[in-house]
Design a protein around this ligand. Structure first.
Ligand SMILES: Cc1cc2nc3c(=O)[nH]c(=O)nc-3n(C[C@H](O)[C@H](O)[C@H](O)COP(=O)(O)OP(=O)(O)OC[C@H]3O[C@@H](n4cnc5c(N)ncnc54)[C@H](O)[C@@H]3O)c2cc1C
Length: 354
């Protein structure tokens, strides 16, 4: 079979592109390296459209938030990603969070049903010299292809560090200490009196000791070539935030405002929030707790958080290099590579945030 379009990368952007083209009858080859013997350093499955860093699509408010407006526009375009997200939704206040496995399964099932789409489990190592191509290989583009892109663009590939947050088993959380609520007691978008977040309260003493633990904790060290790579401000490791000042965390991910502890009737000094990570409600994601602490250190320190003293972790936090293009310089307004216009880029590799 010959193809009208070759899409490289079956993540969120590649899956959406394949859907939009193939449902219009174009013949599409979708090349995804996972499932063909390769894995990225952060993906855990071979499923198409696996969400990695967070299970949240962020705000779904299309009136006051740019991300929510983008969701709205995508729905107008019959987006597969948005339709799958709706079916996989879990409670998360005004954000749109999903069960990752349900989400991926929905995307895969819809793509598998398209007769002109060929999903091939293969790694592509070079930019094709001809033929319409969409490169959607994401922040963890495999090395050989990244080198081929760097050669074609003449630019050193840009990169920064990004971190992922730990996930805790619900049954290991002490609900006699924690409580369920959204900030300012906002009702859940899912209705039915659902309260979206698990909140772990901290006293001043507990908070100070926790911050000191973060500062002293043993961290993953950088390789030499990584040493000058900056962090992404929107996804900063928690211990890096802690270094910025005593109160930085209390004004960031550990903000207590609007969270009345029902046992005291007051806001705690600081709060750790967990958001549901799967439909069953068995997995909970520590919000904003991305970290590069060593794994044993994470387990020890996070168990000092009130309510998490017996926490069991389904996933621990980690750090990844995140590669992207200097799009304003290299791409035209249709996201075509100026130097090779048969190649388009899509998704996070273009430098957009998720
Ligand atoms: C490091 C990292 C940072 C993240 N940062 C954010 C963020 O800032 N904001 C946010 O909202 N979400 C973030 N996420 C979460 C979310 O997973 C991504 O936003 C989303 O997956 C990006 O979609 P994408 O299609 O661009 O890339 P991906 O979903 O990563 O898809 C790329 C796909 O290409 C495949 N691939 C790579 N190289 C090749 C190759 N040579 N040949 C064939 N296949 C290949 C990969 O296996 C993968 O399936 C991040 C995830 C990671 C891993």
């Amino acid at each position: 079979m010959t193809y009208d379009v070759h899409i490289i990368g079956g993540g969120l952007a590649g899956s959406e592109a394949a859907w939009q083209l193939a449902r219009r009858g174009l013949r599409v080859r979708l090349s995804e390296m996972r499932g063909g013997g390769d894995r990225s350093p952060a993906h855990h499955t071979d499923a198409l459209a696996e969400l990695v860093c967070s299970n949240s699509f962020r705000s779904d408010d299309d009136e006051k938030n740019a991300v929510g407006l983008l969701h709205h526009e995508m729905r107008q375009c019959q987006s597969l990603v948005m339709a799958a997200a709706a079916r996989a939704q879990v409670p998360a206040g005004s954000a749109l969070a999903v069960d990752r496995d349900v989400f991926s399964a929905e995307v895969e099932a819809a793509l598998a049903a398209l007769p002109t789409l060929d999903i091939v489990r293969e790694r592509i190592d070079r930019l094709p010299e001809a033929g319409l191509t969409i490169v959607a290989t994401g922040p963890l583009t495999a090395e050989a292809l990244a080198a081929s892109i760097a050669a074609a663009t003449g630019a050193d590939s840009l990169a920064f560090f990004d971190a992922i947050a730990p996930i805790v088993y619900h049954e290991s959380i002490d609900m006699d200490v924690c409580w369920m609520a959204s900030r300012w007691d906002k009702p859940s978008k899912l209705g039915g009196g659902i309260k979206d977040y698990i909140n772990c309260p901290m006293t001043r003493e507990e908070y100070i000791a926790f911050r000191e633990g973060l500062l002293a904790g043993e961290k993953t060290t950088f390789k030499e070539w990584e040493a000058n790579t900056p962090y992404f401000e929107g996804c900063m490791p928690i211990e890096v935030m802690a270094e910025r000042g005593e109160d930085t965390l209390r004004f960031g991910p550990m903000k207590p405002v609007g969270l009345d502890n029902p046992r005291t009737g007051r806001w705690p000094y600081a709060v750790v929030q967990l958001r549901q990570d799967n439909k069953l409600g068995t997995l909970w994601n520590m919000v904003g707790f991305q970290t590069k602490l060593k794994h044993a250190e994470q387990v020890r320190l996070f168990r000092t958080i009130p309510g998490l003293q017996n926490a069991e972790f389904a996933r621990l936090g980690g750090l990844h290099r995140n590669t992207f293009l200097n799009s304003p310089l290299l791409l035209d307004r249709q996201l075509r590579l100026k130097a090779a216009p048969h190649i388009r880029f899509a998704g996070q590799i273009t430098g957009c945030e998720g």
